[in-house]
Design a protein around this ligand. Sequence first.
Ligand SMILES: *[C@@H]1O[C@H](CO)[C@@H](O)[C@H](O)[C@H]1NC(C)=O
Ligand SMILES: *[C@@H]1O[C@H](CO)[C@@H](O)[C@H](O)[C@H]1NC(C)=O
Length: 352
Amino acid sequence: MTEEYVLRCVLMLCCALLTANASNWLYLAKLSSVGSIRDEETCERLRGLIQRQVQICKRSVEVMDAVRRGAQLAIDECQFQFRSRRWNCSTLETMPVFGKIVTQGTREAAFVYAISAASVAFAVTRACSSGELEKCGCDHNVHGVSPEGFQWSGCSDNIAYGVAFSQSFVDVRERSKGQSPSRALMNLHNNEAGRKAILSHMRVECKCHGVSGSCEVKTCWKAMPPFRKVGNVIKEKFDGATEVEQREVGTTKVLMPRNSQFKPHTDEDLVYLEPSPDFCDYDPRTPGMLGTVGRQCNRTSKAIDGCELMCCGRGFQTQEVEVVDRCSCKFHWCCYVKCKQCRKMVEMHTCR
Ligand SMILES: *[C@@H]1O[C@H](CO)[C@@H](O)[C@H](O)[C@H]1NC(C)=O
Ligand SMILES: *[C@@H]1O[C@H](CO)[C@@H](O)[C@H](O)[C@H]1NC(C)=O
């Protein structure tokens, strides 16, 4: 072994440790080469899981496809919610999928943790309701006649199962050694806040039974909100996130607002430890830091999607581009709609 080789190994090991990241399991969304996760052997081959997650995988193999769908859901929702921000949640083909953006204790990391914890709870609960799992089904604690006089019936979403699974699978990294105590507190808080975004927006859906739609008998069940709603709630919490620091109260460590004039955060709020970078410039040393060159912006908006802020004062270019739209749609009896294709020129602005 040459010295250079040893040195390189040490460097690689350090890199591996530095990037050992609690959100690496999101990489499951990228493992399209792995088919359905059916057996314990597959659990060993899943990159991105830490040892204790591999154990959970082996114990609950049947749930893992739902976890993988959860990872994809989290990434898609993050990209939707951040579509007109400087950091737009773009993923890398390597781990961690969001690069170094989420390895610091920023607001963006807070969002990613919350949406990921929520997405696993959501996807697993969905799988329970759809009858695809042996370990769980509908929530049978919801039954009988409600105070409002309707009959609980149908499949109530078993959110308790999904939340418990998310707590064991997603939170496990924070409870293991090697994690900084303040980051662990931050991540755990935000994971829980993400799951609360589902729990506090559960709704009651009903169906009427009776002659020609009369509501003689009404049956209802508990349902999760659509995931878009969960994303909207967490995005609002991101906008109002609280900067915190770790303090000791007696012998326990807690997170308190850095600015003592602020009222303390609730269980549903997001918290972060460090201010975010400005995300303006591409930085080859920070994977995931793509900068905003080439990003589309809105010339008239004063918000973050406006050219002023999006382009960080570098200015923008304007192009005329042709867009094809459906137009002059006519309804034909019976029953289809026929449209023409219209071409029009619109201005598109992109950051220099
Ligand atoms: C995010 O922005 C980058 C440019 O910074 C662009 O290449 C990428 O397509 C965008 N991703 C999404 C998901 O919008
Ligand atoms: C640009 O921003 C303005 C003002 O916020 C808004 O009314 C308009 O719909 C935006 N345009 C596009 C194409 O998003």
